[in-house]
Design a protein around this ligand. Structure first.
Ligand code: URP
Ligand code: ZN
Ligand code: ZN
Length: 459
């Protein structure tokens, strides 16, 4: 039985048109005016609605042992939250730490998702050390369809790699045709500044930002770029938070370094005063890189609008209030992370498109198409075209609502964006032709999601 979506306005990068979309099995097979469909076809009337390609979150954490605890979501809860918010594909950071075996970690992360996710997913494989078996293990992981790596320049002695390991990872990535994503903060400086602040009795969440100031992120971004330049590898800076780091990335771009940049919704909409709130309220807004001084938000929005920043992810990383409170005696023990998988699209639409900061074109690109292109998913994902997977978001621009933990589907007891108004939300969300969410409710098939195998890109 097919699915026909009629009367909507289809919006993709570079085009807007009114047309019907016909789906057979899992794939878009026809796009055109007044399409006829065989008897038995399910018909969705999208009059007054916008139709976007399924949105892609290029940076989430779901299974994550980190900072003496575990992030709260499962693939079931995270994928349902994602779908209700219009995200039909996410890329999870597979993060074994330096003491773990990378291949065993990869199998573990895959097992957590297998048969559990309601939407499609892929992985970025973290390289958290470079030892004798690393190259052969990474080759096996790439052959399995995971063609992007992740390195952390921060989180010393846990996820963090040193410069030698970064060089080896980038040099291998270049040979394998794999893009390397990177968390760019100088680990040594963070470690020294944390110790200094604690020795002065500065223990609250408001000291998290001063322990990893903008210059520390700018140094990490610049160093990553220099290593890309000297290995010829292709890189992607995750969760870039501030003007100084952006300047380092853009300087590298202007001298021909192959580097892309991701912003995440917390840095676009929240500033460091959230983490300066008293007690656990401040702790709920601790992430790394930290929420920054407010002037950085306008810089990030402008960079998104003019294509200096390529994508918007969430860095979804849910720790609940009790877990955050592990840091009551020291900000270095607050589990880092802010959730957002359910709210990214609506926040970007509301505070980007509706607020006049992003054109519709840029919105679709940063929230879907660009990530598909960078991470080897295009045109299967990130497009509305004959032959593409039928991942579609029929979007209601007239919906009005307020974000609240009380109504969210992510497994957490707070929402970092609590109380923010949204103007628009998905009305129908399909994954490979099956309706999975409708008007804020999950109505689909649990476990429908598949791991997306990707080919190397040989940039
Ligand atoms: O604070 C954050 N970002 N937590 C998740 C781990 C990471 O650095 O991405
Ligand atoms: Zn990070
Ligand atoms: Zn992250």
């Amino acid at each position: 039985m097919g699915l026909l979506i009629k009367n909507g306005e289809i919006i993709t990068v570079g085009s807007r048109s009114f047309a019907d979309i016909f789906i057979e099995q899992e794939t878009i097979t026809r796009i055109g005016a007044n399409l006829e469909a065989p008897a038995g076809t399910e018909v969705i009337d999208a009059a007054g609605k916008l139709i976007f390609p399924g949105f892609i979150d290029p940076h989430v954490h779901i299974y994550l042992p980190f900072m003496a605890t575990f992030a709260k979501d499962t693939h079931e809860t995270a994928s349902i939250a994602a779908l209700i918010g219009g995200t039909t594909t996410y890329i999870e950071m597979c993060c074994p730490n330096r003491n773990d075996d990378a291949l065993a970690g990869y199998q573990l992360w895959k097992s957590k998702a297998d048969g559990q996710s309601a939407c499609d997913y892929a992985f970025h494989m973290s390289v958290t050390k470079f030892v004798a078996e690393t190259e052969s293990q990474l080759r096996e992981i790439v052959a399995d369809g995971t063609t992007s790596f992740k390195i952390f320049l921060s989180y010393k002695n846990f996820f963090g790699v040193d410069d030698g390991e970064m060089y080896q990872t980038l040099e291998l990535a270049k040979r394998l045709g794999v893009i390397v994503t990177a968390h760019c903060e100088n680990a040594e400086l963070v470690d020294r500044l944390q110790k200094k602040l604690l020795s002065e009795g500065k223990i609250g969440p408001e000291w998290h930002e001063p322990s990893r100031p903008e210059s520390v992120e700018a140094e990490g971004t610049g160093r990553f770029a220099t290593f890309l330049e000297n290995t010829g590898a292709t890189g992607y800076v995750v969760h870039l938070s501030c003007e100084k780091a952006l300047a380092a990335a853009l300087a590298a771009k202007s001298r021909g370094v192959q580097i892309s940049v991701e912003a995440v919704v917390p840095h676009l909409l929240l500033d460091k005063t959230y983490a300066e709130r008293a007690g656990v309220e401040g702790m709920k807004h601790v992430m790394s890189p930290p929420l920054r001084a407010k002037h950085n938000q306008a810089v990030l929005w402008t960079a998104l609008a003019n294509e200096a920043i390529d994508t918007v992810g969430t860095d979804h990383c849910p720790f609940d209030a009790e877990q955050k409170f592990l840091g009551k005696d020291s900000f270095v023990s607050i589990p880092n992370g802010i959730p957002g998988i359910e709210d990214r699209v609506n926040l970007l639409y509301t505070y980007g498109v509706k607020a006049g900061r992003l054109t519709m074109d840029r919105f679709v690109d940063v929230a879907s198409t660009r990530a598909a292109k960078l991470f080897g998913l295009y045109p299967r994902k990130g497009a509305i075209a004959v032959g593409s997977d039928a991942d579609l978001v029929v979007y209601d621009p007239n919906y009005r609502g307020v974000i609240s933990a009380k109504t969210q589907h992510s497994n957490n007891d707070y929402n970092g964006f609590e109380g923010m108004k949204i103007e628009g939300r998905p009305s129908v969300v399909t994954v490979r032709g099956k309706v999975q969410a409708r008007d804020g409710k999950f109505v689909g098939e649990r476990g429908r999601g598949r791991m997306l195998k990707r080919a190397p890109a040989y940039f």
